[in-house]
Design a protein around this ligand. Sequence first.
Ligand SMILES: [Zn+2]
Ligand SMILES: [Zn+2]
Length: 155
Amino acid sequence: MVPAPKAPKRPGWDEYFMQIARTVATRATCPRASVGCVLTRDRRILTTGYNGAPRGVAHCLDVGCLIVHDHCQRATHAEANAIVQGALHGVGLARATAYCTHQPCVNCTKLFISAGIERIVYEHAYPDPVAAELLAEAGVAIVAFASLRALERPA
Ligand SMILES: [Zn+2]
Ligand SMILES: [Zn+2]
């Protein structure tokens, strides 16, 4: 009997959604950062977002960033854009998991909490003590993607 060919390694769910978040990040229109976010629930994608200018506003890539206090004020953060996409299309985000290429800033953290996101998985660490405190108080879980890899089982 000929053994079945070895199947390529299947990603687990966390790996799968983080791969998608990395792909989403490649659409970013602000050269200062390429950030991607995927909101999921029950292993389904609800919305995605990347950092870039609001709709109808010129891209940083074309006209340059709008820097105030060393931050680009033109671009909306990826996480906020993922929430806005839910608002545009009437997608409720309660109980969702957020896959973020970067640890969310304090403002995006507050939006996540109010939108009902219950778990955040991030790849690149940008620790913010205020964000951490708010998440703990609201009971929202936040985990580093690297810490999940060891536990992952494809299902
Ligand atoms: Zn910019
Ligand atoms: Zn943010």
